[in-house]
Design a binder for this molecule. Structure first.
Ligand code: HEC
Length: 408
């Protein structure tokens, strides 16, 4: 993501008028054209949202201090709602089945937080990254009590989230190119700046069993390794992915303490291991596959959500064999956050309306699914985690919620 400064650069380069032809006329269009391509591609507006969805997006962009005046915001909001309706989305296909489960969602305190990743902490609390609110938050699902921690640097863009053995909460500072550590006792944050300015978009992160923190750097096409025992200035090593533009994305750890990563820009999965960060890649058979997240079962097979094609897949890294199943809500169901728990795969379809929680039983190869509750239908589960007692947790970025799936 570019900084706010590049808005001016975009205007100088005359990008506004080029985009202007693509958007319908109406009051507020000029402000949208002038402003909304400043930090990201303006064309991402075109996917469209419901009125409630747009209102949440506006809160998010206000949190990001998008340069629109107080008088202009209502006009811009009306323009977005009336001129850019939600894209066509597949209706959720709900598959009945034998398992009892209940989804509970809690709104997070700060509007437009864009809860990106959840973390089920060992003490039973559920954490989230408030990506656009510069906060980490914590929920006690027993009482509903929440606490938010404002981060040290403005616009850190907290994204991935994990916990170390001492209970510190680690996150990727996506917008500032850093890895952060929050001490929940004091609220103090330690920042580890990535040692290469090209290393933009630090994304997901996990600890291996030796206490080494591994992370993906999506846009820069890199993988990082952080040794918390070292000084923050020399703790991080980075390597390039062997495949150009492979967009290293979701991560999971095998029982052999190996880190597996899905490449969201390619039809590949990689394994990375050791202090020398050796990489081995596995190709998926369909060239159009774009695995976005993954989960590893006790037999060390790699389950992946193929966002682009609407499939659930499994790779056996011992043989390279791959098997795939179409997701219940079809090719545009956009399978995304995924975990393995209680003997089954649980993942969310983020394209269907409403979003679903899907269970897949590897023994019977049968699907079962549930609809997310709420007026925004749980949009969008970008990542999941599992509580110590085996229940999936979610962060729901557009509906501004965190969730717990209780498996009965
Ligand atoms: C100051 C920077 C900035 C400006 C200016 C900006 N955005 Fe954004 N926008 C972001 C960031 C950061 C994200 C989330 C990270 C990402 O995916 O890039 C985002 C994401 C979005 C999304 C995706 C939201 C989702 O969760 O699905 C939409 C839609 C969007 N912006 C619309 C707009 C509109 C409309 C405007 C103009 C009114 C605008 N943006 C101006 C920073 C900005």
């Amino acid at each position: 993501m570019k900084t706010i400064i590049s808005i001016a650069a975009g205007l100088v380069a005359g990008l506004g008028p080029v985009f202007a032809q693509d958007f319908p006329d109406g009051a507020g269009k000029d402000v949208v054209i002038r402003t909304c391509g400043g930090c990201h591609d303006i064309n991402r507006l075109k996917i469209g949202y419901t009125a409630e969805g747009w209102r949440t997006v506006v809160l998010m962009m206000q949190n990001m201090q998008t340069p629109v005046t107080a008088e202009q915001w209502p006009v811009v909001t009306d323009y977005l709602i009336n001129k850019i309706p939600e894209r066509a989305r597949p209706s959720a296909v709900i598959v009945p089945g034998p398992v009892q489960a209940e989804i509970k969602l809690w709104p997070v305190p700060t509007g437009g937080s864009r809860p990106h990743d959840p973390l089920a902490a060992r003490d039973g609390t559920i954490w989230w990254t408030g990506q656009l609110a510069n906060r980490l938050g914590r929920l006690d699902p027993k009482t509903g009590a929440t606490k938010e921690y404002v981060l040290k640097s403005p616009h850190t863009g907290p994204h991935g989230l994990t916990e170390d053995a001492a209970g510190n909460i680690w996150f990727t500072g996506n917008n500032l190119g850093l890895i952060g550590k929050l001490d929940p006792q004091t609220g103090a944050v330690t920042e580890y700046t990535l040692p290469d300015p090209k290393a933009r978009d630090p994304h997901t992160l996990i600890f291996d069993r030796d206490g080494i923190l591994w992370f993906t750097v999506q846009q820069a096409n890199m993988i990082g390794r952080l040794d918390p025992k070292l000084d923050p200035k020399s703790a991080i090593k980075l390597v390039m992915s062997p495949t150009p533009k492979s967009r290293p994305y979701g991560m999971a750890l095998s029982s052999k303490n190996e880190v597996f990563i899905v490449e969201f820009g390619a039809n590949k999965i990689m394994r990375i291991s050791g202090a020398d960060m050796q990489i081995k890649e596995y190709a998926l058979p369909d060239a159009g596959a774009r695995p976005r997240r993954l989960a590893i079962g006790p037999d060390d097979r790699i389950w992946y959500s193929d966002f682009a094609r609407g499939y659930l897949g499994v790779l056996d890294p011992a043989t390279g064999a791959v098997k795939e199943w179409p997701s219940p809500s079809g090719p545009k169901s956009e399978p995304y956050g995924i975990v393995f728990t209680k003997g089954a795969i649980w993942y969310s379809e983020s394209g269907s309306k409403p979003n679903t929680m899907v269970r897949f039983d590897p023994a019977t190869e049968k699907f079962q699914s549930w609809a997310f509750p709420g007026s925004l239908g749980g949009d969008i589960v970008r990542n999941m985690d599992v509580t110590p007692d085996g229940n999936p947790v979610t962060a729901n970025s557009l509906s501004n919620e965190v969730g717990l799936v209780t498996i009965k």
